[in-house]
Ligand binder design. Structure first.
Ligand SMILES: [Zn+2]
Length: 526
């Protein structure tokens, strides 16, 4: 019988503006998405993880001009810098789309033509207040509420602008969108975002001006080349460019619809209303899930106030600063453990050091180095008489129940709770057990009995390592590869955490030791 095709998992993150370097907030989103991709791979899915940069904006063209560069070279250089940060953070993306690329231009032109041919685009006039900072017209209401300026750019005067334009008739999709939200209650996540969107669409969507006149940087409208495509309409199409829309139909069919779009909570409206309407207009299925994650704020350590990261407050932290000074693993752990992905979180250097020391150095790291060191004291670093045997469970650890709970948390993107569960239900009891047994004492008097104790204590370390694979890919691999566990690391599945392995050989340390000790995995901070 032919093996059934493994299930596919296609996910994306929002694409970023390259007018400045990646910041903590964008990194937070990429991290959350990365955990999901790594988890799905472990679960046997065929995964496609797409990211990219949003380059067809007036701001990008301006920034390039300021630096005396042509926009394309500027975008390419920024894309290189962004990817260097994502690589340093071990973000396991499969495809990176730059919207200034030829393939994206082709995709956009094919898509907008399709929507036009299907009768959902009309020509009309548009007049309104335009903010150059936002690259968008502001509604009369917004302008009024902000006393005549843009709420986001109060110092840049709004300009009155009137132009010919093409409208995307998203108002025609009100009922189909409401039906989509009703049929698929999990379409918008988390739940709080869903209510905002429902109210908005119920009120009725305004048609969207999707073209601009007289711009030189951007994608031309295929049937009227005087116009470029409005940057939001073009940016959303990145999600289908990367899987071959308009160029590789079979690849596109393999991956669409998207299983999860990860985005910041501030852009849910575009993703939950405009985007599915665009897809329906082109005769395509809407995505399965749009997940609007929360934001990370900076805790001011002198005043205790919670602030936005901003250049004017002088509190901007570059992800690379943390990675170079400490490690990508500590970076990942902090944001995944401390900042709930569906809600908001805070960063402070004090908390960063505390969490590293308590959870990583003193807990996981200590358990690991103790076990390596002690097992390393046996002949050939092997625990005699352990071949072919299954370790007995440690009191207080229920691996099967923990796996089920962690899995549910990861699938709902409650990564902080997943990590808390691993620590509270596996690592804490394991550390208590090793303190109680004190094998560093008993090894001096009864080496054989101690071998049995170590054999049992190694099991919770193995369990947590498997569960930590999507979160701390490097450290988990280092720990796992320090012993001769049977299953190759690349093939380890999430469920293996609850399946003790019987080894063909005695359990043995493979890590290299210097003076009988292993290099600390997580050095203490401060
Ligand atoms: Zn603005």
């Amino acid at each position: 019988m032919p093996e059934s095709q493994p299930k596919k998992w296609f996910q994306t993150t929002a694409i970023d503006y390259p007018n400045s370097r990646p910041h903590i907030g964008t990194a937070f989103e990429k991290l959350g998405a990365d955990v999901q991709a790594r988890y799905r791979r472990m679960e046997g899915f065929r995964v496609f993880f797409l990211m990219g940069n949003d380059e067809n904006t007036v701001k990008v063209a301006k920034r390039a001009a300021e630096l005396g560069q042509d926009p394309k070279s500027y975008c390419d250089e920024m894309a290189r810098q962004f990817r260097a940060v994502w690589d340093a953070l071990e973000i396991s993306y499969d495809e990176f789309v730059q919207t200034s690329e030829e393939r994206h231009h082709r995709c956009c032109r094919a898509f907008i033509q399709k929507v036009y041919d299907n009768g959902y685009i009309r020509k009309d006039k548009f007049e309104g207040w335009y903010c150059n900072g936002c690259e968008a017209f502001k509604s009369e209401q917004e302008v009024k509420d902000a006393n005549g300026v843009c709420p986001l750019h109060p110092n840049a005067p709004l300009v009155r602008r009137s132009e010919d334009c093409y409208y995307f008739e998203q108002s025609k999709f009100r009922d189909r969108l409401l039906k989509l939200y009703e049929d698929r209650p999990d379409f918008i996540q988390p739940e709080t975002r869903r209510n905002e969107i429902l109210a908005l669409v119920k009120e009725g969507l305004q048609d969207l001006n999707i073209t601009r006149l007289g711009e030189t940087w951007g994608i031309r409208v295929p049937w009227d080349e005087r116009f470029t495509i409005y940057v939001w309409f073009d940016a959303l199409l990145t999600y289908i460019t990367g899987i071959g829309y308009g160029s590789d139909e079979s690849q596109f069919k393999q991956w669409w619809p998207c299983d999860t779009h990860f985005i910041g909570k501030d852009i849910t409206r575009f993703h939950c209303a405009t985007w599915p309407a665009m897809l329906l207009a082109a005769g395509l299925e809407p995505p399965r899930i749009v997940f609007g994650h929360g934001f990370v704020y900076k805790k001011n350590e002198e005043t205790g106030a919670v602030e936005k990261f901003s250049k004017s407050l002088g509190n901007v932290i570059e992800p690379m600063d943390i990675v170079t000074k400490f490690s990508a693993e500590v970076f990942r752990y902090y944001f995944l453990r401390e900042c709930p992905f569906p809600a908001d979180g805070e960063f402070s250097w004090q908390r960063f050091a505390d969490l590293n020391n308590a959870d990583l150095s003193n807990n996981l790291g200590n358990l690991y180095s103790r076990l390596v060191t002690l097992i390393g004291k046996y002949d050939g670093g092997a625990l005699p008489g352990t071949a072919g045997r299954v370790p007995a469970a440690i009191q207080g650890i229920d691996a099967a129940a923990t796996v089920a709970q962690v899995r549910a948390h990861v699938e709902a993107c409650r990564y902080n709770q997943a990590l808390e569960t691993i620590w509270r239900q596996v690592l804490d009891p394991a550390n208590q057990a090793i303190e109680r047994a004190a094998p560093w004492k008993s090894i001096k008097t009864d080496k054989d009995a101690t071998a049995e104790v170590l054999f049992q204590l190694l099991e919770p370390l193995r369990i947590s390592t498997v569960l930590l694979k999507p979160f701390l890919p490097r450290s988990a691999e280092t720990i796992y590869a320090s012993f001769n566990f049977e299953r190759p690391w690349a093939e380890v599945r999430f469920g293996d955490a609850a399946k003790p392995q019987t080894a063909t050989d005695d359990l043995r340390v493979l890590a290299s030791l210097v003076d009988g000790k292993v290099k600390p995995l997580f050095p203490r901070i401060g």
